[in-house]
Design a binder for this molecule. Sequence first.
Ligand SMILES: [Zn+2]
Length: 375
Amino acid sequence: MAERRKLPARINPTRKTVTPWPGECLPSIAVRYAERTAITVGELLASGLSMRATDLASLPLTRDAVLAMSHLASLDPDDMLLRSYDTSGETVAIGDLGIPAYLLDPARRRVAPGTLKRDGDAPWIRLSWQLRCFACEPTSGEMLVDHCPCGKPISWVRCMSVFRCNWCGADLRDIPVRQAPAHLVESSRTFAALLGFGVSTASSRTIERLFPSASAGARLELFALLGRLQYRTEGAGPPLSCSLAPIRGLELALGWPTSFDGIVAGFVDAQPTRLGPAGALVDLRTEIDAIKQGPIRRTLLRRVEAGVRRAERIRRKKPNRPVRYRKTNHWESQVHAGRAARDASRQEALQPVLDWLQRFRTKPVDQVSRLRLRD
Ligand SMILES: [Zn+2]
């Protein structure tokens, strides 16, 4: 092993190092370390860590290389191992956090340009940016960028600097910042809280109250299932990007159990008449059986069975009536509620003016009110 880790003269383990940020991913630490010690990332990987020179994305997946990196850069090996990825089957463990494997995107490098700019002299890549359930940077709420203006996807291949495009070398901090819609900011902040990357939010506390004994991984699995089922009730195939399913599912989980009853009703309505509600039971059971955590799986199955029994009662009485299907979109409904309240208060403020106009009857009042309320 010592033979394989023979270092060129320029790599000196004790001379210079970097201080990893809490929540920084391993490839980011490696790139910053290489810059600091004035070697190329390829040299660090090939000569220092016994890896392929272009295989930076695999560093967190290679335990020996993570330990070698800790030794080289005089960093705490336990802290470095907490940032590594351990894949087994359909789950991946990042330190002590177990999540569905498809949520991790180790090869791509997504960045938040404004956040990197605010990092000042030492920009770094957050581990959360490697996870597909984050649509935006949770703290600033800016959309994560995965393509350089040159058109190529930003990745870790031949990456020389965390804030530069690995293809054309452009400074990614110059990309204009795009603010994410409110519900995506809310979902990213909630995911950050649930996965231990950020402070708790009202939504994360709601989830913890609704599903108290579930691990972070089990909750993510539940969100992904709810999102997927909701897409199916809408007649859509799997979403274009599977990252949308857990985001959608998180919103649905916040509306538990009404949202799930709506999904069950949607499945019943979508069945061919000859199968009836029982067809939905079979269909949903197959989906729910994939959930690994027993208590969550059993809760879902009980809810499905109750929903299907209710649908059967309705069908017996009125065979052609669809089972009531209510759409739930937690954050959007909150936004609408806020907008309605704002409109109401504006209306209240305008009322004296409208009353005054009414006396002159120069224009129909509702036309004036519509005119004013729109701006
Ligand atoms: Zn580029």
